[in-house]
Ligand binder design. Structure first.
Ligand code: ZN
Length: 94
């Protein structure tokens, strides 16, 4: 358990649509919409209960998530720079 992060999901009621496929945590029963999210949950909430295979799966998914986050940051920075120059040109011309 990571003591730096507060447990927002303790005792939380999950309202899952009846026909939605879920991936339930086998330790605490929390439902997830994607298998990757459940794998991340295993690594963050139940790290001491995982076997080697599950730890490796968590590391793989965590690495993918880091890559996606890096891509998002670059896209957000590019969008900010584009907006900045558009507004600069509007200010200079009007
Ligand atoms: Zn769990």
């Amino acid at each position: 358990m990571n003591s730096e992060r507060p447990d927002y999901d303790l005792d939380y009621e999950y309202d899952v649509p009846a026909d939605a496929p879920t991936y339930d945590c086998s330790y605490c029963g929390r439902p997830f919409a994607r298998e990757e999210w459940r794998t991340l949950h295993y690594g963050l909430k139940h790290p001491s209960q995982l076997n080697d295979e599950e730890v490796q799966a968590f590391r793989d998914v965590y690495g993918d998530e880091e890559d996606d986050l890096g891509t998002f940051r670059l896209q957000a920075l590019a969008a900010l720079v584009a907006i900045y120059f558009c507004l600069l040109m509007v200010y200079a011309l009007v």
